[in-house]
Design a protein around this ligand. Structure first.
Ligand code: A2P
Length: 268
């Protein structure tokens, strides 16, 4: 049972789905998103990731990709970087509608609402493609049942890299299912670090200096009332963890919900 239409002979293991690419959109020479068909039996929780690969060798390279579409969507969406010599993205960035993408069957991850204790505000802090899991979380009705405010921050080097987050916020606010609540509760906070834009600076600095709270007209982060999900580079996560720990936040997991959760964004 190879992957029909892929032009490759590849024995499909039992734990892998072979799905078709439905849509591809390139944002910059570093970022693109793609959508694939969704297997009827596939279930996941908003914020989880799956392993994605291509049927281009006997031993396909798989990498973790956060699912960027809501759990009720008929297709699955992913947001990816392009790495010139990246073992997977070098090839993945060339996919076209109709091509085959492999996906391991079991989703997993810690950026899920179940891993957080109840709270008032939910901060979703992302850099680059780290926004992907939050694209699912901000379209989940449960997010708005559990929180009074949802603050989605997205920091990138350039303005063009912020487009995914702008589009996402627009889609969430006009969504038939969550649009009304998202319009009231969802706050988008885009920032850049290497190109002039209305808000500049790393999210770490913007939190530390109180600039984010001031610009949003909100209280500073408080472990009593706030819950945080982090997704970005290793360095970003490390710095934010240190900052949150110093402020009395505590890292949670599926087995032990607490005040913040962390996942590293896809790297190569
Ligand atoms: P900077 O331009 O100052 O490095 P990348 O494209 O390299 O993944 O980075 C995405 C964004 O994350 C960039 O705006 C970058 O800012 C920012 N960033 C990098 N390292 C950190 C960090 N340790 N803490 C917070 N933000 C970071």
């Amino acid at each position: 049972n190879g992957t029909p239409g892929s032009g490759q002979i590849f024995e499909l293991p039992k734990n892998v789905f072979a799905e078709k690419v439905v849509e591809v959109q390139h944002y910059t020479d570093r970022l693109f998103r793609f959508r694939i068909t969704r297997p009827a039996s596939f279930r996941f929780r908003s914020g989880e990731f799956v392993m994605i690969g291509l049927p281009n060798s006997d031993k396909p390279v798989f990498r973790a990709y956060s699912i960027a579409s809501p759990s009720w969507d008929e297709e699955l969406e992913f947001f990816s970087i392009k790495v010139p010599d990246g073992p997977l993205t070098e090839h993945l960035q060339k996919i076209q509608p109709g091509d085959t993408v492999l996906m391991r069957k079991k989703p997993t991850g810690t950026l899920v609402l179940d891993a957080l204790l109840p709270g008032k505000r939910l901060f979703l802090l992302s850099t680059g493609t780290g926004i992907a899991p939050f694209a699912s979380v901000v379209r989940d009705p449960e997010t708005y049942e559990k929180f009074e405010k949802v603050i989605l921050t997205h920091t990138c080097r350039q303005i063009a890299e912020l487009k995914y987050g702008y589009d996402l916020t627009d889609i969430a606010k006009n969504d038939p299912l969550v649009g009304e609540e998202a319009s009231e509760k969802l706050v988008h906070f885009p920032t850049t670090t290497q190109e002039e834009s209305p808000v500049m600076g790393r999210i770490t600095t913007l939190i530390e200096t109180g600039a984010m709270a001031a610009k949003l007209g909100m209280e500073q982060l408080d472990p009593e009332t706030d819950r945080v999900m982090l997704c970005g580079s290793m360095a970003m996560i490390q710095d934010l963890k240190t900052m949150l720990d110093a402020r009395g936040f505590d890292e949670g997991s599926n087995n032990r919900p607490s005040s913040y959760v962390v996942e590293r964004a896809f790297v190569d």
